[in-house]
Design a binder for this molecule. Structure first.
Ligand SMILES: Nc1nc2c(ncn2[C@@H]2O[C@H](COP(=O)(O)OP(=O)(O)OP(=O)(O)O)[C@@H](O)[C@H]2O)c(=O)[nH]1
Ligand SMILES: [Mg+2]
Length: 425
């Protein structure tokens, strides 16, 4: 019996390593992601950005895309004279990272993402590397972005130096040096600081930088920049490059193989379980018509299990333990959750555990999320990149009383399905 268990486990580990290799290869070996090789004789310059302090992890990821698209465009305009590098802002401890006894301030991006994969779209470096490269934390220019007032309801491209409208987290010392911070005591500084009112896209910023040619520039409040062409080919190329770190993917795959029905090795249709993202936490503080009660969520899970013929549900959630137990009691089939051991939680942090939850959800045969959670949207996108059909992917829970009104704008809005625009080979 023990021998059989051992054999099964080694077979499962072989399967999951193979699946992991396939998952990474799918994404990394895409020729269209390769950036033009740097020409010799060009100088290195650095593009830095920062995001509004209160934003969550998954909105931050979208802001990364805006920065990556800016640098991509900059490389197209300027690669004959400059090699542009995108500098990744260290992660400060986010509001949702609540575990005590876990060191999770000032985390580098490599903790969550595969930097080689990101670099297939634009060359990226961590801030600590920037400091090494520049022998300090000085930046040529820092621009603090702020919104322009919309005049006569018109949205025109604008980028103008203006008085700073709000209190910023920058201080100027007696020698005229401005200092700001990424996380706890990760400081950067400049002599050249100004506020700019912006109504613009990545290309607006890229045009400005190509014209002014700083050796290093930081844009704060980069969430002010809005996407030009959401979900076009460039957008999907950038999105495809956001591969999670191998450590997190392999933990998610291990969990799937050991705790969920591992009948299929790797298939476009995913593994035979259903996954749901049941967003609770701060979402329950606001009256949202499309946020189900736990009772209704369980009913909707039961109905979907019946319709899909699946008999296990994986729940990704930020719900309280008693809320989870409530749902568990009401669901007719097996309920599985990812709960890391203490050491693993320390290793991955709350951010890593959230990604593991997301990756397990990405690989399910059927998925239901919470609208409009960016946590859910990132799962939707990864599933689209893996080729899942929209009907198994772009589903969201309905609010109480709207369970039979799928698509109702107020109580049962469903995420829009954006087809992946394929790579030019
Ligand atoms: N482990 C885990 N964490 C979650 C889950 N849902 C939410 N969280 C945590 O809560 C955070 C959610 O914040 P965001 O990333 O901003 O996403 P969101 O709040 O759902 O979306 P917005 O409405 O755009 O802010 C995640 O980054 C996680 O840290 C979940 O299912 N599993
Ligand atoms: Mg949020």
């Amino acid at each position: 019996m023990l021998e059989f268990k051992k054999k099964r486990l080694s077979l499962l580990s072989a399967c999951f390593l193979l699946a992991l290799a396939v998952a990474l290869d799918d994404i990394i070996d895409d020729p269209s992601l390769k950036v033009a090789a740097a020409t010799p004789n060009t100088r290195k310059s650095f593009f830095l950005y920062a995001v509004n302090r209160g934003e969550g992890f998954n909105l931050n990821r979208d802001v990364y895309m805006r920065a990556a698209l800016t640098v991509r465009r900059l490389a197209q305009l300027d690669s004959h004279r400059t090699n542009w590098f995108l500098v990744l802002p260290p992660w400060r401890r986010l509001y949702h990272w609540k575990s005590n006894n876990v060191e999770q301030k000032n985390l580098p991006w490599r903790k969550f993402f595969d930097l080689d994969a990101l670099s297939r779209f634009v060359p990226v470096i961590e801030f600590e590397e920037y400091v090494r490269e520049k022998e300090g934390n000085f930046i040529d220019e820092i621009i603090y972005l702020q919104h322009c007032p919309i005049v006569d309801g018109r949205w025109d491209i604008k980028m103008e130096v203006k008085e700073c409208k709000e209190r910023m987290r920058y201080t100027q010392d007696s020698e005229g040096i401005w200092r700001g911070q990424y996380g706890v005591s990760i400081e950067f500084a400049t002599r050249n600081f100004h506020c700019v009112s912006l109504q613009g896209h990545p290309s607006t910023i890229a045009d400005y930088v190509a014209r002014t040619q700083p050796r290093s520039i930081l844009f704060d409040r980069f969430e002010t920049v809005v996407h030009e062409n959401h979900y076009d080919k460039e957008w999907w190329d950038a999105r495809r490059s956001m591969v999670y770190s191998a450590v997190l993917i392999s933990e998610a795959q291990r969990f799937i193989f050991e705790n969920l029905p591992p009948k299929k090795l790797h298939s476009d249709l995913g593994y035979p379980y259903m996954a749901v993202h049941l967003r609770r936490g701060d979402y329950t503080l606001h009256k949202r018509k499309n946020l189900p009660s736990l009772e209704s969520a369980a009913k909707q899970i039961n109905r979907a299990l019946k319709e899909t013929g699946l008999d296990v549900v994986f729940i990704a959630t930020d719900a309280l333990e008693e809320e989870i137990n409530d749902v568990r009691k009401r669901v007719d089939h097996r309920v599985v959750l990812y709960r890391p051991k203490e050491d693993d939680l320390k290793r991955f942090g709350d951010g890593g555990v959230a990604i593991i939850d997301q990756w397990i959800s990405v690989n399910a045969q059927h998925f239901i999320g919470t609208d409009p959670s960016t946590f859910t949207f990132r799962i939707n996108e990864d599933r689209s990149l893996k080729g899942f059909p929209p009907k198994s992917t772009y589903n969201a829970f309905c609010g109480d009383g709207y369970e039979d009104k799928i698509g109702d704008e107020e109580g049962c809005h469903q995420p829009h399905s954006w087809p992946v625009v394929s790579m030019a080979k």
